[in-house]
Each structure stands twice: as C-alpha cells, then as structure tokens.
Design a protein. Structure first.
Length: 142
C-alpha cells in the first residue's frame, strides 16, 4: 500500500496504549474507582460483554462477525480510495485500530474492558475514542 505510513504508526500506538490502559485498569481499578474534578472524569474497570453502551450482551459471536465484516469493508476501501484525502485515510486507519482494540478483547477475553467515564456518560475506552474520531474524520473529509 503506497502512501504515508504515519496514520498506521499512530494507529499502532493507539492500539498498544489501549492494551496497556486496559491491563492497568484490570490491575488497579478492579476494586476501586479514581475520580477527578468532582466527578468530571472517573477511571473505573468495567467488563462489557456487549457492543457499544452494553447493547447485545449475549451476542459475542455476532459482534465479532460484524467487526470482522467492518474491517474487511474498510480495508477494501483503501484499494479504491488511495491516499488523495488524508483526513479520510486517517479516519479509516483510526477505525481499523479502534475496531481491532475491542475485537482483541472480545476474542481473547470474551468481553471488552472499558475504563473511562466523563460525567454520567457510558463507560468507554481508547479504542472507542479512536472509532468515534475515525468516523468524524471520514464525515469531514468529503
């Protein structure tokens, strides 16, 4: 694949950082939460057996299948798009590594580890942030 490798390096850093944060949350946050700014930010440890926001908690196989389909679709887009639009490419790579981060958990742990909560939002992780940023970048690339 020709083009700039920078988004791939950033994606690998995001993936590895998410793995580290998930491991740290398992070690240090399993029995206690850490709060910052009077509840503005809370670090916690949650095992999410479902998809986003805990949807479809007993559908692990389906979620893995849909994640793999999404990855295949995104990777096929790289062939069609090329590297003409950097926001689009960065967005696609952000999606890929975000999906891979949560897919890794689902395949090897049976659930996704979430560890960040802002105010009263659903609890999420760095891979979720990468997915959202990737979607925003794709939307703004056109």
């Amino acid at each position: 694949m020709p083009g700039n490798r920078f988004p791939i390096v950033i994606g690998i850093i995001i993936f590895l950082s998410d793995r580290i944060f998930k491991r740290l949350s398992t070690i240090y946050l399993s029995s206690v939460d850490i709060e910052f700014g009077n509840g503005l930010l809370r670090l916690t440890h949650v095992k999410n057996p479902g998809a986003a926001f805990g949807l479809f908690p007993s559908q692990r196989g389906l979620i893995i299948f849909v994640s793999l389909l999404a990855l295949i679709f995104i990777l096929r887009l790289f062939r069609r798009v090329g590297y003409n639009n950097s926001y689009f490419i960065y967005g696609l790579w952000s999606l890929v590594f975000g999906i891979l981060g949560n897919l890794y958990d689902r395949v090897f742990l049976g659930h996704v580890i979430d560890y960040i909560q802002i105010l009263n939002s659903p609890i999420f992780n760095l891979s979720d942030i990468a997915i959202i940023i990737g979607m925003i970048m794709i939307l703004f690339s056109s």
